[in-house]
Design a protein around this ligand. Structure first.
Ligand code: HEC
Ligand code: HEC
Ligand code: HEC
Length: 376
């Protein structure tokens, strides 16, 4: 492992935390693996032995581990879990883990039958249909606070589409489904989107109300299996680069948050160790791991990236990761400065590289060989 990375990892408390929990989660307990435990009592025990350390005895994510982990362990009792976690998805997540999170793969420790049984147990014991209550609340809030701009059907009120720049999100667009993770939506609604008509709702709405309205939007406008309705190609996977509606360009002159300044050279070193496997050495989204990944890693050379990924957007994406994709939340292993460094590299090298506009302010190290796009 690269020195830089190891250093970052050492400082990260969560590693220590995993060690603390190891006896609970991973110690061999002498139970023969072959004796697949699928009787109800046995399954409950399997859960307590392997899963409760993080997900809590009651499946609500309240455990000793919850504060050390980012993202936190799933709260199976939340409405979100009900909407998002299909049986299939649970099987996959348990078996193969959730890369970049503390949710490890269990395929070596548990048989398929045990994984099935555990998923069934979690659904039955913890997951609850939220019913109409919170959705109903979300719906009312949406009507009052959001529909004026986002439209009754979530695809943008026509006045707003014509007069706001950028125009409000069309929640029904395939792009929105791909990009708008629940976490991102909560953040955007709470803090707003600076420089746009999307105002912060913090102070106007409580946290619970923000959650309710976001869950409503997701359930009402953004859910539904792609292609389920047989709608004519509306749900076809968005082509990676060309989308019909070109994105509204972001302000590319904006600086990093907290007055940070990134160091291109250090960022480059980190990128070439840790990011290229997915995003590619040239930033074209074609790293060696890319073909196994869905959705695929972002191509930084694409029009959309060049229009939207300014320094704050890069910083945010790298800091938080992209939920629902394998893009990890790097804030677990990097500090703010290190995130600014790698974001600076991506910005100069790929987003602005080659376009000439805004010209990189720092010279790329002349090591060559990495497929420089820039004619410096
Ligand atoms: C070391 C802590 C830890 C342990 C132990 C653990 N989990 Fe998780 N689990 C997590 C975290 C963190 C997440 C959230 C991952 C994310 O947000 O992508 C998660 C998410 C999940 C999810 C939802 C995945 C998805 O697709 O969103 C399921 C299902 C799950 N865990 C089941 C289990 C089961 C079953 C066990 C026991 C065999 C278990 N977990 C043990 C930390 C843990
Ligand atoms: C005054 C008009 C207006 C109102 C009212 C409004 N929005 Fe928005 N919203 C926008 C605009 C404009 C954008 C696009 C911002 C951008 O492109 O960054 C947006 C974007 C969003 C996004 C996507 C943000 C992202 O991360 O890309 C979410 C989620 C959202 N709005 C939710 C809401 C919710 C929930 C409400 C009501 C509580 C609401 N909006 C009320 C104008 C509005
Ligand atoms: C395991 C594969 C993987 C690794 C490693 C990885 N990424 Fe990503 N990255 C992804 C995927 C997948 C996406 C999401 C693409 C999407 O949402 O369509 C993504 C998205 C992004 C985005 C775009 C966010 C946006 O809003 O469009 C940025 C920026 C980014 N990654 C930067 C990085 C940086 C910097 C590193 C290294 C520190 C890194 N990634 C490492 C897979 C990876």
């Amino acid at each position: 492992m690269h020195k830089y990375m190891r250093h970052a990892l050492c400082g990260a408390a969560w590693i220590g935390l995993l060690w603390l929990m190891a006896p609970a989660a991973w110690a061999s307990d002498g139970v023969p693996r072959a004796a697949a435990a699928t009787a109800p009592d046995d399954v409950a025990q399997l859960y307590r032995r392997h899963c409760a350390a993080c997900h809590g005895d009651r499946g609500d994510g309240r455990s000793r581990a919850q504060f050390g982990l980012n993202p936190p362990p799933r709260d199976f009792t939340s409405p979100e879990a009900w909407y998002e976690l299909s049986h299939e998805r649970m099987l996959t997540s348990i078996k193969y883990g959730r890369p970049g999170t503390a949710m490890v793969a269990w395929e070596k420790q548990l048989s398929d039958a045990e994984i099935e049984a555990l998923a069934g147990y979690i659904r039955q014991a913890f997951m609850r249909d939220p019913g109409d209550d919170s959705l109903h609340r979300g719906k009312q809030l949406y009507k009052r606070q959001c529909s004026a701009c986002h439209g009754d059907r979530g695809n943008g009120a026509s006045w707003a589409k014509n007069s706001l720049n950028p125009s409000p999100r069309d929640f029904t667009a395939p792009e929105s489904r791909a990009e708008l993770t629940r976490e991102r939506m909560l953040t955007s609604v709470t803090h707003g989107r600076p420089g746009t008509a999307m105002m912060p709702f913090k102070g106007r709405l409580s946290e619970a109300e923000i959650t309710a309205v976001v869950d409503y939007i997701r359930a009402e406008f953004m859910s539904g299996e792609p292609s389920a309705a047989g709608a004519p190609s509306a749900h076809a996977l968005p082509p990676p680069v060309t989308s019909e509606a070109p994105p509204e360009p972001a302000d590319m002159t904006l600086a990093f948050p907290h007055g940070l300044t990134g160091d291109y050279k250090r960022g480059r070193a980190f990128y070439m160790e840790n990011c290229y496997t997915c995003h590619g050495r040239r930033g074209d989204g074609r790293g060696p791991r890319a073909s196994f990944i869905k959705p695929p890693p972002r191509n930084f050379l694409g029009e959309r990236s060049r229009q939207t990924l300014n320094r704050p957007a890069l910083y945010r994406a790298i800091f938080n990761g992209i939920n629902g994709t394998v893009m990890p939340a790097w804030s677990r292993v990097l500090d703010e400065q290190q995130i600014a460094d790698v974001a600076e590299f991506v910005f100069q090298e790929f987003i602005q590289g080659g376009s000439g506009a805004g010209a990189a302010t720092q010279q790329a190290p002349a090591s060559g060989g990495e497929g420089k796009k820039k004619a410096l």
